[in-house]
Design a protein around this ligand. Structure first.
Ligand SMILES: [Zn+2]
Ligand SMILES: [Zn+2]
Length: 906
C-alpha cells in the first residue's frame, strides 16, 4: 500500500482531543459580528457520504482560514432530523423514527469528529426535538396572525406509494415523479395549509440581482422558478363556428351539442399583445373548464385529453374543436384547439397562438396546418420601410415594428403593447408568476405537528403560544397517518370554546424546519423565543453558505421568504439570509454520481481509517475547484498521503537537527524567500475565493522546493524555518491535524488553529511572471538537451535579454501606429542596433496582438540567478546566468524578453 506512511490515527485522535479539551471552536455569545460560515445541515440518514465530506471540508477549511486571519468565526452544525426516510426506516426495522434518527445522528457526529471538522458543538441543533419544533409551530401561528397562512381546499400532488402530498418542488419535472420514490404522481383534492410565499414574489425576484455572492446558475433557477411575466389579459369570445354550423366538415362527425355551446368571453394571457394581428388560432389547456366540458361531448377531445396529451413531451400536441374564438381586434374567427402545451396553472389556461412570432406556436401551426402570418418586422435601417420577415420556416421572436396590423402599423412593439392594452375592451396589464403558495401539509408522522385544533363550532383554531409545543405522540406503526391513529392524542378540547375538538393530524413539510435553522444557531438554547433578536441582528446574515445545487429552488427560496417575513414582523434587521453561496460539485466515480443503488460508493470512513482524515480532506480540496464535479481516484488519495508523509518527515528532520544548515543566506535562500512570498500571496487570494486547489498547490510546491534544497546543499536555517512555519500555516485549514502536530514539532506556541495567517507584500502578477520565466527556461533547457542529444552537459549559459529589446517591446505595446517599426526607430537606443532592431521590430509587428509586458532585464536576471541551482541540480552542470552585456554577442543576440538565450556546452 505505502512504505513511508505515518501513524495518522494517533495524530488525528490526539489533536481532536486537544481541540475538544480547549474548546478550540467555541464561539462565545458576546462575540461581535463573527464571520458566519455554514454548511447545509445533513439529513441523518445513517452515514456520512462523500458529498457531505466535501461540503463540510469546504466550510471547515474556510472557517479555519478566516479564524487564522483574525476573525471570530461561527461555524455550527446540526441535524435536519425530520422526514419520511426515518419513518420508512423505522417501519422496516420495527423501531420508531426517533430512535432511528438519534442513532444515525450519533454515528454521523462521530464521523464528523473523526474528519476534524471544527464545529462549535455547544450550538448543535436537532430539528426533531420539541425544543426546536416548538418554534416551527410558533412561526406557523405568527404566519396565521399576519395573514400569511391559510387553509384551502386544493388539488395536490399525491404520491400513492409514499401516501403523502408533495409540494410542486418535490415532483420531478421531466416525468412528474415523486422525488423520493420515483412513482408517477397523481392529483387529489385535500384541505391543505399554505404559506403565502407569492406575497413576496416580487421582492424575491427583484432582490436576486443584488445577490452577487451567489452563483449565476442558482440565481437564474430562482428567477425561472418564480417565473414572473409582464403582459396583458384579454378576452376572446368563444362559441360554435358560425361558418360550420352544421357540423365539423373535415371529420364529418355528427355534432351533438345542445344550446350550451356559447362560452362567452374567455380570458387569455399574453406577453406579446403586439402580435395580436398575427393570431391564427386559439388554444385551451386540457383541464380548462371548456376542455373539460368538451371531453364529455366530443370523442376526439376525450381521446386527446385522456390518451394523447403529453405536457412534458418535446412536441406540442393538440386536437381541433368545432369552436371558434373571435380575435378582439380583427373580428376574425380563429380555430380553437385543446393543446397540451397550454398549462392551466400558468396564466389563464388559454392563449392566442401566434405562429409567426413564437417558436412553440410555430411548431404547432405547422403540425396542424394553421396559417403563419408575420406581423412584426425587424427594426429597419435609417429611413427604410419595415419589411415583414419570412416566417415560413422559423418564427421571428424579437421585438420590432408592427406590419400587417392595420392602424397600428409602424409602431414599435413596446408602444404597441401599451396602445393595444388600452384600446382593447376588457384588456388590462397583468403580471403573472409561475410561483405558487407553499403547501406545507404532509400526511405523515415524522414532522412538526401543525398547531391547529378543529372545532365543530369555531373551525380551525390555532393552539395558543403558551401551549406550544404540540408534541408528537408515540409512533404507531400503521399504513396510514400515525397521527390519525393516535386517538388519545387526537382528541382534545377547543382552545376557544372548550368543547370537544380534534387536532390537525397533518405535519409540516420539513422545509419549514430548514427555512430558519440558521437563525437558531445564534441562540440554540433560548426557550422564550426562536432566536435572540439582538444577536441575530449582529451575527446574521450567513457570510458563506455551502451546499448542493439541488437546493437551488426549495430550501434557498423558502429561507429567503421566511427571513423576509421575520424582517417585516419580528424585527429582524436582515432581509436576506445568505450573503455568499457556494454550490459544491459532485464527487463521482468513473464519471458517474456515486449512489447506493449503482453500488459505486466509496466510503469516507474507509479512506479515513486507511489514510486518515487529513489525506481525505487534502485530496478533495486539491482535486478540483469546489464548484466542479470530480472523480474519486485512489491514486489521488495516495499522492495526497505521500505528500503529507514527506512534509512530516521534512519538518521532523529539521526539528531534530538532521538537516545540514549554514548561517549564510546564499542565492538559494533568496529563491526560497521568493517562493515563500509567492505561496503566501497565492494562498491568501485563493482561500479568500474558496479556490482551495490553487491555494494548496502553492504551499505544496514550497514544501517540494525545501526538500530539493535540503538534498542539494546545506540550507540556510532561518529561511527554512520560516518557510516551514509558513507552509504549515497555509496547509492547516485543509490538513489541520498533521499541521497541528508539525506546528508543535517546529516548537511554535499554541494551536496552529489560532496561529496568525502569514502575510506578504508582493503582487501576484510579478510572482507569476517570475515563476513562469523560471519554469519556461527550465523547459527550454530540457528541450535543447533532448533535441541536441546532449548526454552530459558541462556548462549551461542563460543569457538575459538586452535592455533595448525590453524597451522595444514596451514601445510596441504602447504604440497605436499601424506599423510599429517606424515608431521604434525614433528611439536612438533602439535604432542604433540597426539590422537587429529592424528584424526584432518585424517580429514584434507580426505578433502584436499577443504581446505582453515582461519583467525588466534586471529582475529577470535576479530571478534566473536565484533559480540557477534548480537547473544545476537537474542537469548536474555548471549554470551561468548572464546579462546580455556580459555574454558572447552571438548568444546575446538570440535573447528576448522573458525568453533568455540558452547555450549549452558538452
Ligand atoms: Zn413517493
Ligand atoms: Zn370551539
Amino acid at each position: 500500500m505505502y512504505d513511508d506512511g505515518y501513524d495518522h490515527a494517533a495524530v488525528e485522535r490526539r489533536w481532536q482531543d486537544a481541540w475538544d479539551d480547549a474548546s478550540a471552536y467555541r464561539i462565545p455569545d458576546d462575540a461581535e459580528d463573527p464571520t458566519y460560515v455554514l454548511g447545509m445541515y445533513p439529513y441523518p440518514s445513517g452515514q456520512l457520504h462523500m458529498g457531505h465530506v466535501r461540503n463540510y471540508t469546504i466550510t471547515d477549511a474556510y472557517a479555519r482560514y478566516r479564524r487564522m486571519c483574525g476573525d471570530e468565526v461561527l461555524h455550527p452544525m446540526g441535524w435536519d432530523a425530520f422526514g419520511l426516510p426515518a419513518e420508512n426506516a423505522a417501519k422496516e426495522r420495527d423501531t420508531n423514527p426517533r430512535d432511528w434518527t438519534f442513532d444515525c445522528i450519533d454515528t454521523m457526529k462521530g464521523q464528523m469528529e473523526s474528519m476534524g471538522f471544527g464545529y462549535d458543538w455547544e450550538r448543535e441543533i436537532t430539528t426533531c426535538t420539541p425544543e426546536y419544533y416548538k418554534w416551527n409551530q410558533w412561526l406557523f401561528t405568527r404566519f396565521l396572525e399576519e395573514g400569511l397562512a391559510e387553509q384551502r381546499d386544493a388539488e395536490v400532488n399525491w404520491c400513492p406509494t409514499c401516501e403523502t402530498v408533495l409540494a410542486d418542488e418535490q415532483v420531478e419535472t421531466e416525468a412528474e415523479l415523486c422525488w423520493r420514490c420515483d412513482t408517477p404522481v397523481e392529483t387529489r383534492e385535500l384541505e391543505q395549509w399554505f404559506l403565502s410565499i407569492t406575497e413576496y414574489a416580487d421582492e424575491l425576484i427583484d432582490y436576486i440581482d443584488e445577490l452577487e455572492g451567489w452563483p449565476d446558475s442558482v440565481r437564474q433557477m430562482q428567477r425561472n422558478w418564480i417565473g414572473r411575466q409582464h403582459g396583458t389579459t384579454l378576452q376572446f369570445e368563444v362559441g360554435e363556428a358560425r361558418s360550420a354550423s352544421d357540423g365539423r366538415g373535415e371529420r364529418g362527425e355528427p355534432r351533438e351539442h345542445g344550446d350550451d355551446a356559447e362560452y362567452g368571453a374567455v380570458e387569455a394571457f399574453t406577453t406579446r399583445v403586439d402580435t395580436i394581428f398575427g393570431a391564427t388560432f386559439f388554444a385551451l389547456a386540457p383541464d380548462h373548464p371548456i376542455s373539460e366540458e368538451l371531453v364529455e361531448s366530443d370523442e376526439a377531445v376525450h381521446e386527446f385529453v385522456h390518451h394523447e396529451a403529453d405536457p412534458e413531451g418535446d412536441e406540442p400536441n393538440g386536437v381541433e374543436t368545432d369552436l371558434t374564438a373571435t380575435n378582439p381586434i380583427t373580428g376574425e374567427e380563429l380555430p380553437v384547439f385543446v393543446a397540451d402545451f397550454v398549462l392551466s396553472d400558468v396564466g389563464t389556461g388559454a392563449l392566442m397562438g401566434v405562429p409567426g412570432h413564437d417558436h412553440r406556436d410555430h411548431a404547432f401551426a405547422e403540425k396542424m396546418g394553421v396559417d403563419i402570418v408575420p406581423v412584426i418586422a425587424p427594426e429597419p435601417g435609417g429611413g427604410d420601410d419595415p419589411e415583414a420577415p419570412d416566417v415560413s420556416e422559423e418564427a421571428f421572436t424579437e421585438d420590432g415594428v408592427l406590419v400587417n396590423s392595420g392602424e397600428y402599423d409602424g409602431l414599435g412593439s413596446a408602444e404597441a403593447r401599451e396602445r393595444l392594452t388600452a384600446d382593447l375592451e376588457g384588456a388590462s396589464h397583468h403580471t403573472q408568476y409561475r410561483l405558487r403558495d407553499w403547501g406545507i401539509s404532509r400526511q405523515r408522522y415524522w414532522g412538526t405537528p401543525i398547531p391547529i385544533v378543529h372545532c365543530p363550532d369555531c373551525g380551525a383554531v390555532p393552539v395558543p403560544e403558551e401551549e406550544l409545543p404540540v408534541e408528537l405522540p408515540e409512533f404507531i406503526n400503521t399504513t396510514g397517518n400515525p397521527l390519525d391513529a393516535a386517538e388519545e392524542w387526537k382528541h382534545t378540547s377547543c382552545p376557544e370554546c372548550g368543547g370537544d375538538a380534534v387536532r390537525e393530524t397533518d405535519t409540516m413539510d420539513t422545509f419549514v424546519d430548514s427555512s430558519w435553522y440558521f437563525l437558531r444557531y445564534v441562540s440554540p438554547d433560548l426557550d422564550d423565543a426562536p432566536f435572540d433578536l439582538d444577536r441575530a441582528n449582529d451575527w446574521m446574515p450567513v457570510d458563506q453558505y455551502v451546499g448542493g445545487i439541488e437546493h437551488a429552488v426549495m430550501h434557498l427560496l423558502y429561507s429567503r421568504f421566511v427571513t423576509k417575513t421575520l424582517a417585516d414582523h419580528e424585527g429582524l434587521e436582515h432581509r436576506e439570509p445568505f450573503t455568499n453561496l457556494l454550490a459544491q460539485g459532485m464527487v463521482q466515480l468513473e464519471g458517474e454520481k456515486m449512489s447506493k443503488s449503482k453500488g459505486n460508493v466509496v466510503s469516507p470512513q474507509a479512506i479515513v481509517s486507511e489514510y486518515g482524515a487529513d489525506t481525505a480532506r487534502l485530496f478533495m480540496m486539491q482535486a478540483a475547484q469546489p464548484e466542479r464535479d470530480f472523480d474519486w481516484s485512489e491514486q489521488g488519495v495516495q499522492s495526497a498521503y505521500r505528500f503529507l508523509s514527506r512534509f512530516k518527515e521534512l519538518v521532523e528532520a529539521y526539528a531534530a537537527d538532521e538537516i545540514e544548515t549554514t548561517d549564510e543566506a546564499g542565492p538559494i535562500a533568496g529563491y526560497v524567500d521568493g517562493e515563500i512570498e509567492a505561496a503566501v500571496v497565492v494562498a491568501t487570494e485563493e482561500y479568500d475565493e474558496l479556490v482551495f486547489n490553487t491555494a494548496v498547490r502553492g504551499a505544496q510546491s514550497l514544501v517540494g522546493t525545501l526538500r530539493q534544497y535540503r538534498d542539494y546543499t546545506a540550507v540556510h536555517a532561518e529561511t527554512v524555518e520560516r518557510a516551514l512555519s509558513v507552509a504549515i500555516r497555509l496547509l492547516a485549514p485543509v490538513a489541520p491535524h498533521l499541521c497541528e502536530e508539525l506546528w508543535e514539532t517546529l516548537g511554535e506556541d499554541g494551536f496552529v488553529v489560532d496561529a496568525t495567517w502569514p502575510t506578504a507584500a508582493a503582487d501576484r502578477e510579478t510572482i507569476e511572471k517570475r515563476q513562469r520565466l523560471v519554469e519556461n527556461t527550465r523547459e527550454d533547457v530540457r528541450q535543447i538537451v533532448d533535441v541536441a542529444g546532449i548526454d552530459d552537459p558541462e556548462r549551461i549559459d542563460i543569457v538575459v535579454t538586452p535592455a533595448w529589446k525590453h524597451k522595444a517591446l514596451n514601445v510596441a505595446i504602447d504604440s497605436d501606429a499601424p506599423n510599429v517599426i517606424g515608431e521604434l526607430m525614433q528611439h536612438d537606443g533602439i535604432k542604433r542596433h540597426g539590422q537587429d532592431a529592424a528584424s526584432y521590430g518585424q517580429d514584434l509587428q507580426e505578433t502584436r496582438e499577443a504581446l505582453q509586458r515582461t519583467l525588466d532585464p534586471d529582475t529577470e536576471l535576479a530571478a534566473l540567478e536565484s533559480a540557477a541551482w534548480l537547473i544545476e541540480r537537474e542537469f548536474d552542470a555548471e549554470v551561468r546566468v548572464l546579462a546580455a552585456d556580459d555574454a558572447p554577442g552571438a548568444t546575446a543576440a538570440k535573447a528576448e524578453p522573458s525568453r533568455p538565450a540558452i547555450d549549452i556546452e558538452e
